[in-house]
Design a protein around this ligand. Structure first.
Ligand SMILES: [Zn+2]
Length: 370
């Protein structure tokens, strides 16, 4: 797999131990083929439907669990119809499975047998499941306060759960130490193949809308891999001439920890680390310094998007409102719905708003102090 570093321009062939660029930047997939609908495998409804657009040097994935192919459904929220992309209907009940399914299959193809990741829970569960499917050993570093249901889910797949006390960054540090000992990082934040799998959500939405892009895409941002996957996916559609303009990306963060919103407000080109104070219910967004911060800023600005910081009470209300429509999501996922009033003020009446529902409510809530 050919990759490049958007920070310094370096290009290389990806090797398992070269999980990030020498400059510290995160690799991105190098585009080779133009997006071509004739290359879609219509017989496959999973992420592998688009495998010819991934430019991987294998055609038959060995560790499949069926990520992708989620419904896009109309729901009236806040007095207006939006389309929800039900991403929690996934093998491990979160959107992360799209990226993990592609990443773990690439690592398996490269002969990797032992992986690590740090996660507030969903990426960890996803990596644990796919590692089990691929016959790999997995170590997952989680914040000790991560929701008990998520920690139990990681363990049941046979992965080694390593709860790390203190803020979320401590878990990241522990995973980086494991990488220094030679364990391969299967990192949803860093691995470029993870972004490949995440692009498939843009292509699915495009197909489900009758080959057009929505006007808005409203998405919770922690590391921001969903937002970046959507951005890169729609960019490929635009550069191949299948859409004229990109959807406006509305990034959503919890007011308690909103480094991307702050960097945008201050007009910065990087996302400086923010000191976390009180933990938010949106545990999946507890990232003080996203590794692809520069690209997140670029994605929001290029699409004439914005970043919306939401309050804890609005997150609770949004979770209940969605459940009243039959969609039970975790608090992290409900942040996107909590941000809808702001988006609706900006959106024209006829515009299409897509909101991914990223994680199941059965994942539980974090064990927050107080
Ligand atoms: Zn670099």
């Amino acid at each position: 797999m050919k990759v490049f570093c958007p920070d310094c321009g370096a290009r290389t062939e990806l090797a398992p131990q070269k999980w990030r660029c020498r400059c510290g930047g995160a690799w991105e997939p190098e585009e080779q083929h133009e997006f071509d609908p004739a290359l879609i495998d219509a017989s496959d409804t999973s992420v592998w439907r688009y495998r010819r657009m991934y430019d991987l040097d294998f055609d038959a994935p060995v560790a499949r669990l069926g990520a992708g192919g989620t419904p896009l459904l109309p729901v009236v929220l806040g007095g207006r119809q939006v389309l929800v992309k039900v991403e929690y209907l996934a093998p491990t009940s979160s959107f992360k499975d799209r990226g993990t399914e592609v990443m773990i299959n690439l690592l398996a193809h490269q002969g990797v047998t032992h992986v690590a990741d740090d996660s507030s829970g969903n990426a960890g569960a996803s990596v644990a499941a796919y590692a089990a499917r691929a016959g790999m050993r997995a170590e997952i570093y989680v914040p000790a306060h991560a929701s008990p249901a998520k920690q139990a889910q990681i363990a049941v797949y046979g992965a080694e759960v390593r709860p790390i006390p203190g803020p979320r960054q401590n878990a990241k540090r522990a995973a980086l130490e494991a990488a220094e000992r030679g364990v391969v990082l299967a990192s949803h934040a860093y691995h470029p193949a993870f972004l490949l799998g995440q692009q498939s959500v843009a292509w699915e939405v495009w197909e489900q809308l009758g080959r057009r892009a929505p006007d808005w895409y409203v998405v919770p941002v922690g590391q921001g891999v969903h937002l970046l996957g959507v951005w890169l996916g729609f960019r490929r559609l635009r550069s191949a001439g299948w859409i004229e303009r990109l959807p406006r990306l509305a990034a959503v963060q919890a007011r308690l920890l909103a480094p991307l919103c702050q960097a945008l407000e201050q007009g910065l080109d990087t996302v400086p680390a923010v000191e976390p104070t009180t933990p938010s219910l949106a545990e999946g967004l507890a990232i003080a310094d996203p590794v692809r911060g520069r690209r997140l800023l670029q994605a929001v600005r290029e699409t004439n998007g914005l970043c919306i910081a939401v309050e804890e009470e609005a997150i609770r209300t949004a979770q209940r409102e969605l459940a009243r429509h039959g969609f039970y999501v975790e608090p992290t996922s409900a942040t996107a719905v909590a941000a809808l009033p702001t988006v609706m003020e900006l959106a024209d009446p006829g515009e299409t708003i897509v909101v991914p529902l990223t994680g199941s409510g059965l994942k539980g809530t974090p064990a927050l102090p107080g």
